[in-house]
Design a binder for this molecule. Sequence first.
Ligand SMILES: [Zn+2]
Length: 84
Amino acid sequence: MARNPIQYQFGLSLPAFRDQYGTEAQCRSALFQHRWPKRFVCPDCGNTTGYQLARGLCQCHHCHHQTSLTAGPIFHATYLPLTT
Ligand SMILES: [Zn+2]
């Protein structure tokens, strides 16, 4: 039986994966780095300054648009924890 190349990826063991993404805070940090690798960018006006609010929201300094870290096609409207 052939191995599934996606299921059997080399280089990241389950313990290493748990060490990197085992908590909600680690997942949020990794997602933030993936979404805004250099700094926050407002999806509404493109401004690069903002601040984080409670509940995982980021607000733009310029237009006060609030966006969720999980807004987007993959995580949109999910209530599952990021660790899931
Ligand atoms: Zn903005």
